[in-house]
Ligand binder design. Structure first.
Ligand code: ATP
Ligand code: MG
Length: 260
């Protein structure tokens, strides 16, 4: 149940795809300043739940609250304006654009730069140039934070996998989110990249951004998360501190196996 420091509250969310109950009556709470994990076997419904929260697909039913205020996750702009940003399980960058340009796109979504007018951007008047320079500065700071400063002019598709994942995080951060939702941020990373990612996520959380992350790497989840939700076949089967989850027989049976 939500309390006054609840940032996200999902109440009885359902998403059915025909006969498939991908998300089946799920309630989730993310508290301000916390790192919350979402784990579970393949096909459990984790990404579908993210897609509901971030407005990518409409729910069959359910309610969504940010800071106790109900929001309508029907379109992505409404979600961004309400302070939610995300990354994708299958990286979605603008492949032919540079690293910096990808982050600037995230910034544009937030600042609604287009509202300054097409004409202003064509004439590049003073007001526009100043604002543009400020946005660029802002994005360069974010690139520094994620460790991609020295690759800012590289075409994004030329980056190694781990860098592309961090670039997605940078683009999400450019929207100045209150809640950052990460869908398998460590997928495909080697141990060094994973360790860098762990430090980056901890730093983002330390900056006051709440995090909700889907991840299969139990070590990463255990070291970063305050609390963890476990999904299986559309339902939450367990919730609590990482240590509790690791010893929950239902979680061991459904997901972890005996060796974790
Ligand atoms: N657009 C869709 N149309 C039909 N079925 C879908 C759609 N998206 C997801 N599903 C189904 O919903 C279920 C949950 O899928 P989802 O991708 O949410 O699982 P997941 O927990 O993220 O799995 P993974 O760990 O493999 O990423 C699966 O049975 C999947 O086939
Ligand atoms: Mg998924």
């Amino acid at each position: 149940m939500p309390s006054e420091n609840t940032i996200l509250f999902v109440k009885n969310a359902k998403k059915y795809f025909g006969g498939v109950m991908a998300v089946d009556d799920v309630s989730v709470t993310v508290n301000e300043g916390s790192v919350t994990g979402l784990i579970g076997p393949n096909g459990a419904g984790k990404t579908t739940l993210f897609n509901l929260i971030t407005g990518l697909i409409p729910p069959t039913s359910g309610e969504f609250f940010l800071f106790e205020k109900k929001y309508s996750p029907v379109n992505i702009h409404n979600v961004v304006e309400n302070g939610v940003a995300r990354t994708f399980q299958n990286i979605r960058l603008f492949n032919k654009m540079s690293v910096l340009e990808n982050v600037l796109v995230g910034r544009h979504v937030r600042t609604n730069r287009w509202s300054l007018g097409i004409l202003a951007s064509i004439l590049r008047n003073k007001k526009f140039s100043k604002a543009e320079a400020e946005e660029r500065e802002f994005c360069l700071k974010i690139l520094k934070k994620v460790g991609l400063s020295n690759k800012k002019f590289k075409v994004s598709e030329s980056l190694p996998y781990g860098d592309q994942r961090r670039l997605e995080i940078a683009r999400a951060l450019a929207t100045e989110p209150l809640l950052l939702a990460l869908d398998e941020p460590a997928a495909g990373m080697n141990p060094t990249e994973k360790n860098d990612l762990k430090n980056l996520i901890a730093q983002i959380a330390n900056d006051g951004i709440s995090i909700l992350m889907i991840e299969h790497d139990v070590k990463l989840i255990t070291s970063l998360c305050d609390s963890v939700y476990v999904m299986d076949r559309g339902k939450i089967i367990s919730h609590g501190a990482p240590e509790k989850i690791k010893n929950d027989s239902a979680v061991i049976d459904a997901y972890l196996g005996k060796n974790n």
